[in-house]
Design a binder for this molecule. Structure first.
Ligand code: SF4
Length: 371
C-alpha cells in the first residue's frame, strides 16, 4: 500500500498530512496522536521528516555522567538512587575525586561532555559547584559542562537564600555551559503532587528554564512518561515546552524516556507494576518529532532504559541523536534497567548496523567527526 493511501485510511491521516506539509499538530491533534494506535504510520511520517533534515545520519556524544552526590531530601517516589543525609551508603564526591574521574574519562575516551547531576544535598554550598566548574573549564577546556537540573538550581538558591537567577549567573560565570532537562517529569502539578510532591512545580521548572535560556545557557527538555499521567497530561507537557521554546528558542534537544519502576516506592506502593516498553517509546519519539518539527532540532533516542536495539528503531521513528555514552551513570542503574555499558565504538557500530553514518558531536551539537 502506498504511503498516501495508508495516510488516507488512518484515523490520524489529516494530522500526518499536515506534518508532511510543514504544519505541526496543535494541542488537540497531539492528544489525538496519543490516543491513536497507528504507531507505524506516525513513525513513517516522523522518520521521513527526520531524514529530510538529517539524511541517513545519527549523532552521539562521548560523555560521562557525574552523579556527584546521592544525598537528597526530596524523596521522589520514582527514584531508587537517593539516600537520606547521614545514611550509611550515602556519598558526596570531593573535588579531587571529580577531577580524577574526568581525567580518566578524557584520557580513555576523549569525552566531550560531562553531565553533572545529583541529589538535593542540603550540605552543599554554591562554592562546591563553582569550584567544580572552574576546575573543569581550566583543566579540561574541550569538555562541555552540561549540568544541574532546574530543581538542583532551585535547591542551591534555597540554601544560599538567593534567587535562581543569581545562582544561574554565578554558575555560568564559573563555567556551566548548558542545563539538562531533568526534573520536568510531567509538567502537570496534579501528577507531580503524586510522584514528587516535594520537588519544584511545573511553573518553577519553566521559569528557571526561561531564566537560563535568557542568560545564554541553552538546555535540553525531557519527559518521563509511563507512571500516573494521562494522555491529556502528556499533551499539556508537550505544549508547555512548545510555548517556552517559541519565546526563548533555548532548547537544543528533547528526550522522552520511560519510567522504570524497579526498586522505587511507586512499585512498592503498587502504583506502577512495570514499565511501558518499546511500542510506547517509539510512539513518544514519533510524536516528539511531529510536535517539535522545526522548533526543537534534536530528538534523542532513549537507549539507556530501552537498549541499543530500541535505539536503532527510534532513529527510524523520529530520533536523530543516539544520546551519550553515559559512562558512570548511577541513577537508572539503581533500578536495574540500564541496558549495558556503551562506548563510542559500540554506538558507532549500532548506527552503522542500520546503514546510517555516525557523527560524533560536542555539547552544543556541533560536529566533531563523521565516522
Ligand atoms: S529524583 Fe533527584 S530530587 Fe528526586 S529523590 Fe531522586 S535524587 Fe532526589
Amino acid at each position: 500500500m502506498s504511503q498516501t493511501k495508508q495516510i488516507n485510511q488512518s484515523d490520524i491521516g489529516d494530522i500526518l498530512e499536515n506534518s508532511l506539509n510543514g504544519i505541526r499538530p496543535n494541542h488537540a491533534e497531539c492528544l489525538r496522536l496519543l490516543e491513536s494506535d497507528d504507531v507505524p504510520l506516525m513513525g513513517l511520517t516522523a522518520g521521513h521528516l527526520t531524514k529530510k533534515q538529517f539524511g541517513q545520519k545519527a549523532s552521539f556524544v562521548n560523555n560521562i555522567i557525574l552523579n556527584y552526590t546521592n544525598v537528597c531530601i526530596t524523596d521522589c517516589k520514582f527514584c531508587a538512587f537517593y539516600r537520606s543525609p547521614g545514611a550509611e551508603d550515602s556519598y558526596t564526591l570531593t573535588l579531587d575525586q571529580i577531577e580524577s574521574r574526568v581525567k580518566v574519562a578524557w584520557e580513555m575516551f576523549k569525552i566531550r561532555q560531562v553531565l553533572i547531576q545529583g541529589g538535593h544535598n542540603p550540605n552543599l554550598r554554591i562554592e562546591y559547584y563553582e569550584n567544580t566548574f572552574k576546575m573543569m573549564r581550566q583543566k579540561f577546556p574541550n569538555i562541555g559542562i552540561h549540568g544541574l537540573s532546574t530543581s538542583e538550581i532551585d535547591m542551591i538558591a534555597r540554601i544560599e537564600k538567593s534567587s535562581t537567577k543569581e545562582v544561574l549567573s554565578r554558575l555560568k560565570d564559573a563555567g556551566l555551559q548548558s542545563i539538562p532537562g531533568a526534573g520536568a517529569e510531567i509538567l502537570v502539578d496534579s501528577v507531580k503532587d503524586i510522584i514528587s510532591p516535594k520537588k519544584i512545580s511545573s511553573v518553577d521548572w519553566i521559569r528557571i528554564m526561561e531564566e537560563s535560556h535568557t542568560m545564554g545557557l541553552p538546555a535540553s527538555a525531557t519527559m518521563m512518561y509511563g507512571h500516573v499521567e494521562s494522555n491529556a497530561d502528556i499533551a499539556d507537557h508537550f505544549f508547555k515546552i512548545v510555548e517556552l521554546q517559541q519565546r526563548t528558542n533555548g532548547f537544543m534537544a528533547f528526550i522522552p524516556w520511560n519510567f522504570e519502576p524497579n526498586n522505587t516506592l511507586m512499585q512498592k506502593e503498587n502504583l506502577v507494576p512495570y514499565g511501558k516498553g518499546g511500542i510506547q517509546l517509539l510512539k513518544m519519539i514519533a510524536i516528539s518529532r511531529l510536535v517539535f518539527d522545526g522548533l526543537i532540532p534534536h530528538i534523542q533516542s532513549s537507549w539507556l532504559t530501552n537498549g541499543v536495539g530500541m535505539a536503532q528503531l527510534a532513529l527510524q521513528y523520529g530520533a536523530d541523536d543516539f544520546g551519550g555514552t553515559l559512562i558512570g551513570e548511577e541513577v537508572v542503574s539503581c533500578t536495574g534497567a540500564r541496558s549495558t555499558e556503551l562506548t563510542g565504538k559500540l554506538i558507532v557500530d549500532a548506527i552503522h548496523q542500520i546503514g546510517y553514518s555516525a557523527e560524533e558531536r560536542d555539547n552544543f551539537y556541533n560536529s566533531i567527526a563523521l565516522l
